[in-house]
Design a protein around this ligand. Structure first.
Ligand SMILES: [Zn+2]
Length: 132
């Protein structure tokens, strides 16, 4: 499995180092791209306004969260060409890979896919107790 692309690293700018370590580790076992890391207050307010997010206190504001998208490459094993997939079973795979990676590097995380009221498959954040 290939490493993260420069565009992924660019989107991880400002994200907590420990969360980046989990993302890098998980990328070795499941294909994904980083769609968002740090988010501005203006953008967060906009996402709440359109119903895409429910909180103005998102962990994205502080660099404690990332959004990932499952990536189906064009078959050559490289991620330069391909497409984002939103099929839910793929996010179960992504969630499992991120949790396994978090355990391996010793960084507790939470997955939005486990949230009961607002399931957010692409969303991963550092555990609130360990990383307030
Ligand atoms: Zn998110």
């Amino acid at each position: 499995m290939v490493a993260l692309l420069p565009r992924d690293h660019a989107r991880l700018a400002g994200v907590h180092r420990d969360l980046v370590r989990v993302v890098e580790r998980a990328r070795q076992s499941v294909p994904f791209i980083v769609t968002e890391g740090v988010r501005s207050r203006e953008r967060q307010a906009r996402l709440v306004a359109i119903g895409a997010s429910r909180t103005l206190h998102s962990r994205h504001l502080t660099g404690h969260a990332v959004d990932l998208a499952y990536w189906l490459d064009d078959g050559d094993g490289s991620v330069e060409q391909g497409e984002i997939r939103w099929d839910w079973p793929l996010y179960e795979q992504l969630g499992a890979a991120m949790k396994a990676a978090a355990k391996e590097v010793g960084v507790p995380i939470a997955w939005g896919g486990d949230w009961p009221s607002f399931r957010d498959g692409p969303h991963f954040e550092l555990d609130r107790e360990a990383y307030p």
